[in-house]
Design a protein around this ligand. Structure first.
Ligand code: UD1
Length: 374
C-alpha cells in the first residue's frame, strides 16, 4: 500500500489532481491518497467550486496560506507543509504544474528525503522572467520522478541532464478531466446566462503578471478586444489579479468594456467554475488567452486559440495548428483574430496527440508503482 500526499494550491492544479485521486480511490488496496490544499487560491470562485465540479474530495489538510509576495507565499507553504510531511510520512508526494505551491512542497520533500513526483514535468517556455518557468525548472531538478505530458518535455529534461530513468511520459492528466467532464458540462446554462449562441462568440482569459500588471500592455490588449467585440460578443471571466489591475488603472478603454455597453460587447464576468467554463470555451468560435492549460484544452477540442504571449511552454499546441502566439501588440492581436474568424465557423477536427487520451492518470499510478520497486 502506497500512502500518497497529493498537493493542490491554485486553480490550475485542481483539474490535474482530480483524475489522479479518483484513479487511486478506485485502487484502494494499493493506494491511500491524501489531499493537501495549500490555500494559495482561496476564493470560492477560484477554489471551492472546483472541488464540487470535479468531484474532488474535500482536502484532508488545509494549510490556509493565502496571498503574499512570491517569497512570503513560497516560504509559508514550506513552513506549514513540513510538519505535515513529518507527521504523515507518505511514500510519495505528488505535485502538479508550476505554481508557487508546486515548488514549495517539492523543496520540502527534497530536504526531508521524501520521494516526490512532478506531474506535468519538462515544460519549458525558456523565459525566466515568468515565475512559473522558475518553478518548473527548479521543481524538475529536485523531483525523483518526472511525469511528462508529451515527448518534447522528455527532450527538455534530457537536455538539462536529468537521467532517463527518472522520466516517464504519461500523457496529459488535464485532458483526462476534460474528457471525463465534457458530457456533464452540457447541463451548464452558461451560454444562456450570457446570451451567446454556440460558435458565435469569443472567450478571453488573462492573468499573467506581464500582461495584467503593466498598465500600458493591459490597455493595448483592451483596445484590441474592443475592436474584436465589434465583430462578435467577447466573454471575459476576470481573474482576481486582473480585476485588481482593472480597478487600479481605471482606464477609459477598460471602463467602456465593463458591463455591456451599447458600444462594446465585451462582457467582464466573475471567474467561472470548471463545468461552466468548459461549456463556455468548448462552444467558442475563438479563444484569446495567456493561460497555459487553455492552450492545451482548445487544442484537444480543435478550437482556434490566440495566445497573448511571446512564447509558450506548450509548443505541441502550435505544431497542431490550433494555437498561435500573437504577443500583445494591439494591431497583431486584432489582425490575427479577424483572420481566425474568417477561416473558422466552427471547431476544426480534433488533433490526435499521443497519450492525450483520457488515460494519463492510470499511467501516473503505474509509474509510481514501478518507481516504488527501486
Ligand atoms: C497563480 C500561478 C499561475 C497560475 C494562476 C492561475 C504562481 C506563481 N502563479 O497565479 O501559475 O496560472 O495562479 O490562476 O503560482 N487572489 C484572490 N483570490 C484567490 C487567489 C488569488 O483574490 O483565490 C489574488 C491575490 O490577491 C493575489 C493575486 O490574486 O495577489 C494573485 O494570486 P497568486 O496566487 O499570487 O498568483 P496568480 O496570478 O493567481
Amino acid at each position: 500500500m502506497l500512502k500518497i500526499i497529493n498537493v493542490v494550491g491554485a486553480r490550475p492544479n485542481f483539474m490535474k489532481v482530480a483524475p489522479i485521486v479518483e484513479a487511486m480511490r478506485r485502487r484502494a488496496d494499493e493506494f491511500a491518497p491524501l489531499v493537501v490544499h495549500t490555500g494559495q487560491h482561496y476564493d470560492a470562485a477560484m477554489s471551492d467550486t472546483f472541488f464540487r465540479d470535479l468531484q474532488l474530495p474535500a482536502p484532508d489538510i488545509h494549510l490556509e496560506v493565502g496571498s503574499g509576495s512570491h517569497a512570503a507565499q513560497t516560504a509559508l507553504v514550506m513552513q506549514r507543509f513540513e510538519p505535515i510531511l513529518l507527521a504523515e510520512k507518505p511514500d510519495w508526494v505528488i505535485v502538479v504544474g508550476d505554481v508557487n505551491s508546486t515548488l514549495a512542497c517539492a523543496l520540502v520533500c527534497a530536504k526531508l528525503g521524501v520521494r516526490v513526483a512532478h506531474v506535468e514535468a519538462g515544460l519549458r517556455s525558456r523565459d525566466r522572467t515568468m515565475p512559473e518557468e522558475v518553478n518548473r525548472v527548479l521543481t524538475d531538478q529536485i523531483s525523483d520522478l518526472l511525469l511528462t505530458p508529451s515527448r518534447d518535455a522528455d527532450e527538455n529534461l534530457r537536455r538539462e541532464g536529468i537521467p532517463a530513468e527518472r522520466i516517464r511520459c504519461v500523457g496529459n492528466v488535464m485532458i483526462d478531466s476534460l474528457r471525463a467532464n465534457l458530457e456533464r458540462a452540457v447541463n451548464s446554462d452558461v451560454r444562456n446566462r450570457f446570451k451567446v449562441a454556440a460558435a458565435d462568440y469569443a472567450v478571453v482569459t488573462l492573468h499573467r503578471p506581464s500582461n495584467v500588471d503593466d498598465e500600458v500592455v493591459l490597455k493595448r490588449i483592451f483596445s484590441a478586444l474592443d475592436r474584436i467585440a465589434g465583430r462578435l460578443p467577447v466573454i471575459f471571466p476576470v481573474h482576481p489579479r486582473t480585476r485588481a489591475s482593472l480597478e487600479q488603472f481605471r482606464a477609459s478603454e477598460i471602463q467602456n468594456a465593463d458591463q455591456t455597453t451599447a458600444r462594446s460587447q465585451i462582457k467582464l464576468i466573475e471567474p467561472l467554475g470548471y463545468l461552466d467554463f468548459l461549456r463556455l470555451y468548448s462552444g467558442a468560435r475563438l479563444v484569446l488567452t495567456d493561460s497555459g492549460g487553455i492552450q492545451e484544452e482548445t487544442t484537444w477540442l480543435g478550437i482556434p486559440c490566440l495566445t497573448l504571449r511571446e512564447n509558450t511552454e506548450r509548443p505541441i499546441t502550435i505544431e497542431m495548428g490550433t494555437n498561435k502566439l500573437v504577443g500583445t501588440d494591439a494591431e497583431a492581436i486584432t489582425r490575427e483574430a479577424f483572420a481566425a474568424l474568417e477561416h473558422s465557423t466552427a471547431s476544426a477536427p480534433r488533433p490526435q496527440i499521443p497519450l492525450w487520451d483520457g488515460r494519463a492518470a492510470p499511467r501516473v499510478l503505474e509509474a509510481l508503482l514501478e518507481a516504488s520497486k527501486s
